[in-house]
Design a protein around this ligand. Sequence first.
Ligand code: DX5
Ligand code: ZN
Length: 217
Amino acid sequence: MKIEILPSLLAADFGRLADEILRAEASGAEALHLDIMDAHFVPNLSFGPDVVALAKRTAPGFYRNVHLMMSRPDLYLEKFAAAGAETIQVHVEADCNLHVELKRIRELGLKNAIVLNPETPVERLAPYLDEIDEALVMTVHPGYGGQQFIAECLPKVTWLRERRPELDIMVDGGVNGETAVLAAKAGANQFVAGSYLFKQSDMAKAVSCLRSSVSLA
Ligand code: DX5
Ligand code: ZN
């Protein structure tokens, strides 16, 4: 499986957002992870399609992976697609018909993904396994960066890997040099890291260390 490292823009310095997007791109990471929070699905607000559009304008060739922590992602798919999202991730716990919305994301010409909160059993993904390009297993309760990795979520990664050997499986939340190795051993191949990467003075070095340690796992 192709290993991918995704800095989460949530941990960037919002006063210098364009520079931070360029720093993430120059780090050699495969994609930028953009966390959209609606203050309803999660108890926090982040940013909307304008920041996705800023990322596209600033670094057009840097892939945009958009994580919708929203109760009604279905109302915003076109807006995020128009802003430049390339993968759209929707939560299995969201208040919409996922069979319909996963199909709509593909019809917009994008890749789709389903996201699973820590307390949600992985079996909830069973009906969608043939309809997804990627699965995201949350390793923190979504809403904030800088939280501690919940290792108890990792058997879900293994469950998915056993059923879909070629699926892109991502982990998000509390990922650092040590926890990424645990996730890789469980079967993950895509790693979102916010605070761990953005706090580095040399992000490129951290990305390459992360990549080597998960490749050896
Ligand atoms: C959590 C977000 C994450 C977050 C990760 O609600 O979905 O993407 O930015 O941040 P860290 O890596 O700091 O846990
Ligand atoms: Zn995220």
